[in-house]
Ligand binder design. Structure first.
Ligand code: XIL
Length: 374
């Protein structure tokens, strides 16, 4: 009798387990495996696995990661020659432990760079030669530390403006446009096996897109390695059009490099206007007008958002011969930088997982679409 009961119990357990595992696994990385890598940016808490619910989503859904902040120069080298690698080391380890493609973001960027980089002991602007030397030290130290482990680097971030002209950053002012080839050269020397990318936002603007293509061509003409263009993909509900985005994907791919969507988010909020010149009362009204979904997203907006994200993924899947990776800039809506940019203190809904860590309907749609196709 006891044996029979035991066998029945064991059978019941196996049956329940089978039922659980045969439930359709809503896993993006499996569904997209033949198309492109699907990644997410990790914040500090996620790198150190402080948030167990986020941890589950990250490990289950994504096969690529990038650090949202901790590998930027102001964090890696806050003082000249004093590097801080604890967070970055853990981030790379996290990727390796979970078989993820690890991207380094970013080596040279005008923003989130420490002031010392551009000034001497007396606070005066450094010479061209000195700045190149600092770039070399920074890039060489960082890239060689993760040689063979970080598979691709955003070498230069945001050097071009929407109209295609060079951004007047300190790098550009002090060195001129040569700061870009120089950065690629140093990165390649430090890890000849790593992929190297140029990364930018508004990457679909015609003027900027043409300038990035010219940059790719000029790096290649100089015999330098460039593997891909990172299209940041900070997009809105009504911009860019799918045709504009497709045209940019085509343009980069035709330049002979991989296309990577590196920081995807789709804001559900109205775009903010600048310099309103309004008085305080108007400002408060304006703030409310700009933050219309603080208490939740109405069904109609949620529906439109999911359709927009779905259309973008359809575009990516249809162009997966050109696209090597699509990375979301964060895991859940609650994590997103868009809650504070370009206006602080708003409630946005730009990512694939909601504030309760639940996949949005578009996630299932992407998975189902690929199931039907395959
Ligand atoms: C953002 C981070 O998400 C924020 O937490 C930080 O305060 C500012 O930077 N383009 C980039 C990213 O290349 O590094 C930026 O990340 C977003 C815009």
């Amino acid at each position: 009798m006891k044996t029979k009961l035991f066998l029945f119990g064991a059978y019941l357990l196996l049956f329940t387990q089978a039922c659980v595992t045969s439930k359709s696994p809503e896993v993006l990385k499996d569904a997209l495996k033949d198309k492109f890598l699907i990644g997410t940016a990790l914040n500090i808490g996620q790198i150190w696995e402080k948030d167990s619910l986020a941890d589950k989503v990250i490990k289950r859904q994504f096969d690529a990661i990038v650090a949202e902040n901790c590998m930027k120069s102001m964090y890696l080298q806050p003082k000249e020659g004093e590097f801080f690698f604890d967070d970055a080391d853990r981030f790379v380890e996290f990727g390796e432990q979970n078989n993820m493609f690890v991207t380094g973001h970013c080596l040279i960027w005008h923003s989130q760079a420490p002031d010392w980089f551009f000034t001497d002991d007396e606070g005066k602007e450094v010479s061209k030669e000195a700045l190149i030397e600092r770039m070399k030290d920074h890039i060489t130290t960082v890239v060689s530390r993760y040689k063979g482990r970080i598979k691709g680097w955003d070498v230069v971030n945001e050097a071009i403006l929407d109209d295609g002209s060079w951004r007047d950053s300190k790098f550009y002012k002090i060195i001129g446009e040569d700061f870009i080839p120089v950065a690629f050269e140093f990165a390649h020397a430090a890890d000849p096996g790593a992929e190297l990318y140029y990364n930018d936002y508004d990457e679909w603007h015609t003027g900027k897109c043409e300038a990035i293509v010219r940059l790719v061509n000029s790096l290649k003409e100089k015999g330098l390695r460039i593997d891909g263009v990172g299209m940041q993909g900070h997009l809105g509900m009504d911009y860019p059009s799918l045709d504009e985005y497709r045209a940019a994907i085509d343009a980069y791919s035709s330049a002979g490099v991989k296309v990577l969507v590196t920081e995807l988010d789709v804001s559900a909020l109205p775009s903010s206007r600048q310099n309103t010149g309004a008085n305080i009362a108007d400002t408060e009204a304006y703030r409310q007008e700009m933050n219309p979904y603080a208490n939740g997203l109405p069904d109609s907006v949620s529906f439109a958002w999911n359709r927009r994200m779905g259309d973008l993924f359809t575009l990516f899947i249809d162009n997966s011969d050109k696209i090597a990776r699509v990375t979301l800039w964060g895991v859940t809506d609650g994590d997103s930088w868009k809650n504070d940019f370009p206006m602080p203190g708003r409630t946005d809904y730009p990512l694939l997982f909601d504030r309760q860590y639940k996949a949005k309907p578009v996630v299932k749609e992407i998975i189902n679409k690929l199931r039907i196709k395959n």
